[in-house]
Design a protein around this ligand. Structure first.
Ligand SMILES: Nc1nc2c(ncn2[C@@H]2O[C@H](COP(=O)(O)OP(=O)(O)OP(=O)(O)O)[C@@H](O)[C@H]2O)c(=O)[nH]1
Length: 717
């Protein structure tokens, strides 16, 4: 409840004694209902924001503000914590929208994709640029649903700071932990916003404790006293003598420093829905989160003043073609100029340069380091590519990086270190076939899938070698559903999806040796290869096979045929003998390879591949299935039916926590058993429970479950 808000008073002129890790909190006993809000609560948000017209304040004339005044910020949280609502309020208070969008009414600015408006969830992150008290803030709204984790990772890579939004009645939830870990990985300074303080069951103390315990972070409790005049008077009057006098800017600088060093996280609270605490949050963003020049990006020294940027998002626009969002780390981008893509090793031309404002874009003449730009005209750049001004500039940077690497005895290749993204693309866990309405439409479907893959590297598309059908592989049911929907809406193609299937893997339990000979004459050429190799199980998990060469295999043979051998190994491991699933956790040792002169590399690959397939068939095989971390939040009354249902789904319950009046069931469950769980859970609990799922690992199926699965697949049951 708002009346239970705990507030730390910061006097803008004088500040009370400061013990950063043990800040004073005071309870406001008076209801904050008396606070006057200056926000009209009308829902008549005028459809799309445009820069001309009354709804949107025009952008400041400064296109590239001083870098110290830039904040590249992301908002991250568990699903439904209120990121989108908070973003809408931020846009309202920063002056860019005249009325408030509402996720429940489906008229928010940042959730501009049709599906987002209908489903009320954030799917694609949209960059929004606005100004606040002389600062330029580039804000990226990131999705909370686990199916879109990669979107979050990608966005975190280009941020200098983040706001973690929590539902104050739930504290730290499953997905908060995931995004928190991701932010740790990218060393992002953060502030916390405890949202939904108006909700029954909201507890400031509980949420702060969960930040301390589950995230292992040190919360700094802050709230500016100007939310409530009466409270401010108390602090400035009666209580002021209790505190040492510390100038406000000294306090701010100290908080800024500890936030930047990630020694602690400032915590603010409020209610985005009820328009409470949003301006202080914006102040905190500008005061405590770092500017781009305060982040220590090691690679900047290699580029000096040359352009270095990261393409972190690609969108396809029907009229303008691919739009590429870029974070500029150094140098400048101009329209009508060429850029070099290090990943693709290609040079292409930017035709236009835009400043992103949700789904509206302002044309600009140039943009400098620290900013987020939107470029038009790049046809080959994909999400995650590193962009520089020219090939020679990349070479110069590589030389500098090489020198630096030598000093530090680093092993990485120069080119590798120049690539900025470093975002791991998780392996998809679901797949299904997709078919166009007619064979004639197959090229259109291929085009749509190619465009969607450039936008979303977690979407994989394969061809089923047996049926020739196109197969979609994705991160979850929702992910595949959204892709299907987008093909229909954005590319006008009505496609048919086959049943959703779990992506299993396979491995072997014992080492096996095999030999094979391929002898084929094509035209007047004889191709003859003999190979002997061993496939053995590995203790450590590795998605790709570990390849070893016995000493008996001569250097000469390897020099000419290494690529062909390894291609053969990789292609053989894509299809295991049990289910045709990828084979993992294996090491392959090549013992001998005899090649008749003139044998083509395709034949060498084919022979190696066939030999591995033979070995895999001889081994004892094991199916590995994706195991999910599951967290179900349910009221006490419904706990028993939820547990009984999970037991039938091969669920393994680890812990049942108490969270206010709710019970939180934490455990593991095989993905195959949890398909369509949202509908089941809704029915079981009359819609009162929520759940979060995340891939934990691949685990060996027990013999009975494995044989049931194999019989089902072969049509015997
Ligand atoms: N009571 C209360 N409800 C809120 C508050 N902020 C948001 N909500 C509600 O919480 C629900 C989720 O809000 P969103 O803003 O869509 O949350 P989100 O984190 O962006 O959700 P995803 O994009 O799906 O991850 C909506 O029904 C909002 O109206 C708040 O301060 N108080």
């Amino acid at each position: 409840m708002l009346s239970n808000l705990r507030i730390f008073a910061v006097n803008p002129r004088k500040i009370s004694s400061l013990h950063i890790n043990n800040m004073y909190c005071s309870r406001i006993t008076s209801s904050l209902k008396r606070i006057k809000t200056h926000v009209p609560l009308g829902r008549n948000y005028s459809s799309l924001p445009g820069l001309i017209g009354n709804d949107i304040k025009s952008l400041h004339s400064i296109i590239s503000p001083p870098v110290a005044k830039i904040r590249n910020i992301g908002i991250m949280a568990h699903i439904d914590a209120g990121k989108t609502t908070t973003t809408e309020r931020i846009l309202y208070y920063s002056g860019y929208t005249r009325s408030l969008g509402d996720v429940d009414d489906g008229d928010t600015v940042t959730d501009f994709m049709a599906q987002e408006r209908e489903r009320g969830i954030t799917i694609q992150s949209a960059a929004v640029t606005f100004d606040w008290k002389g600062y330029r803030v580039n804000l990226i709204d990131t999705p909370g649903h686990v199916d879109f984790t990669l979107e979050v990772e990608r966005c975190l890579r280009v941020l200098d700071g983040a706001v973690a939004v929590f539902d104050a009645s739930a504290g730290v939830e499953a997905q908060t932990l995931t995004v928190w870990r991701q932010a740790d990985k990218h060393q992002i300074p953060r502030i916390c916003f405890l949202n939904k303080m108006d909700k029954t069951g909201a507890s400031f103390n509980y949420a702060v404790e969960s930040i301390r315990e589950k995230l292992k972070a040190k919360p700094l409790l802050l709230q500016v006293a100007d939310l409530d005049d009466e409270f401010a008077d108390l602090v400035l009057g009666e209580f002021s003598e209790n505190f040492d006098l510390v100038p406000a800017e000294k306090l701010q600088t100290a908080i800024h420093r500890v936030t930047l060093a990630r020694m602690a996280v400032p915590v603010l609270c409020g209610s985005a829905l009820k328009n409470k605490g949003v301006q202080p949050l914006l102040d905190a963003v500008t005061m405590y989160l770092p500017s781009p020049e305060e982040r220590n990006y090691e690679f900047l020294q290699w580029y000096k003043d040359d352009l270095c940027a990261l393409a972190f998002k690609v969108l396809h626009d029907k009229q303008r073609g691919p739009l590429v969002f870029m974070r500029i780390y150094s140098g400048m981008i101009k329209p009508q100029s060429a850029i070099h893509n290090i990943n693709g090793n290609c040079t292409e031309r930017i035709s236009r340069l835009l400043l992103p404002f949700a789904d509206q874009h302002v044309e600009i003449p140039s943009l400098t380091a620290g900013n987020i730009a939107l470029t038009v005209g790049l046809k080959h750049t994909a999400t995650g590519d590193t962009i520089v001004s020219s090939k020679s500039s990349a070479l110069a940077a590589a030389r500098r990086a090489g020198r630096e690497g030598e000093k530090k005895h680093e092993q990485n290749s120069e080119a590798e270190r120049l690539l900025l993204a470093g975002v791991e693309i998780p392996e998809p866990v679901f797949f299904c076939t997709i078919e166009p309405p007619s064979v004639a439409k197959q090229p259109d479907l291929d085009h749509a899938l190619k465009c969607l893959q450039r936008e979303d590297p977690s979407l994989k598309v394969k061809l089923d070698p047996d049926s020739g059908q196109t197969v979609l592989c994705g991160m979850g049911e929702l992910h595949i559903e959204i892709i299907h929907d987008r093909i229909k809406r954005e590319y006008g193609l009505e496609t048919y999806l086959g049943p959703l299937q779990v992506a299993y893997r396979e491995t072997i339990l014992n080492p096996v040796r095999a030999t094979d000979t391929l002898d084929r004459t094509l035209g007047d050429k004889r191709h003859l290869v003999t190979v002997e190799l061993e496939v053995k199980p590995m203790e450590t998990s590795s998605v790709t096979p570990v390849i070893e060469y016995a000493e008996s295999v001569s250097e000469d043979i390897l020099k000419g045929s290494r690529e062909a051998i390894e291609n053969g190994i990789h292609s053989a491991c894509l299809q295991g003998p049990l289910l045709g699933s990828p084979v993992q956790d294996v090491a392959i040792t090549l013992h001998s390879l005899i090649i008749h002169p003139g044998t083509s590399s395709t034949m060498i690959s084919a022979c190696v591949s066939r030999c591995i397939q033979k070995a895999l068939k001889k081994a004892d095989n094991q199916v590995l299935e994706p195991l999910m971390n599951l967290e179900v939040t349910v009221t006490r009354d419904y706990l028993s039916p939820v547990l009984a249902d999970l037991a039938q789904r091969r669920g393994n319950i680890q812990e049942i926590q108490t969270r206010q009046d709710n019970r939180v069931v934490i455990g593991f469950v095989p993905l195959a058993e949890i398909m369509g769980y949202s509908t089941v859970l809704r029915t079981l609990t009359s819609g009162s429970a929520t759940f979060a799922l995340e891939l934990s690992n691949y685990q060996a199926m027990n013999p009975q479950d494995q044989s049931t699965l194999l019989s089902r697949r072969s049509g015997l049951t």
